[in-house]
Design a protein around this ligand. Structure first.
Ligand code: AMP
Ligand code: ZN
Length: 106
């Protein structure tokens, strides 16, 4: 068990509305949305940040990218959207569990 807030969401120790979930990936709404749609897409395993990726993560990260686009379309963002991955202290990362921000207005 760890104290990571996103791991606690994955384990359902903190309640949240689950937008999407499978055996590897978990998606929920950002608590402080910057746009009409603001989802966070995370791997279920605890990876601290992009700085901690290796070749082992090729398929997982590829899956996350393709899923991000699928969710964008499902949420009406056909005209486009922004994705952001803050990495490390100097990258402005606040929660140290790798996450993709999917942000857009319909
Ligand atoms: P960053 O690490 O800079 O990419 O930002 C972390 C993001 O997580 C921020 O946009 C927060 O609003 C969001 N966040 C933090 N805690 C929660 C939570 N319990 N549920 C949903 N989103 C959260
Ligand atoms: Zn975690």
């Amino acid at each position: 068990m760890n104290d990571c807030i996103f791991c606690k969401l994955v384990r359902k120790e903190i309640p949240t509305k689950v937008v999407y979930e499978d055996d590897e990936v978990f998606v929920f709404n950002d608590i402080n949305p910057k746009a009409e749609v603001h989802l966070l897409i995370i791997p279920k395993i605890h990876i601290e940040s992009m700085l901690h990726l290796s070749e082992h993560h090729h398929s997982l990260m590829g899956k996350i990218m393709v899923l991000t686009n699928k969710l964008a379309l499902e949420h009406g963002l056909h005209g486009g959207y922004k994705t952001q991955i803050n990495t490390g202290l100097k990258g402005g990362q606040e929660v140290f569990h790798l996450h993709v921000h999917l942000v857009g207005n319909r």
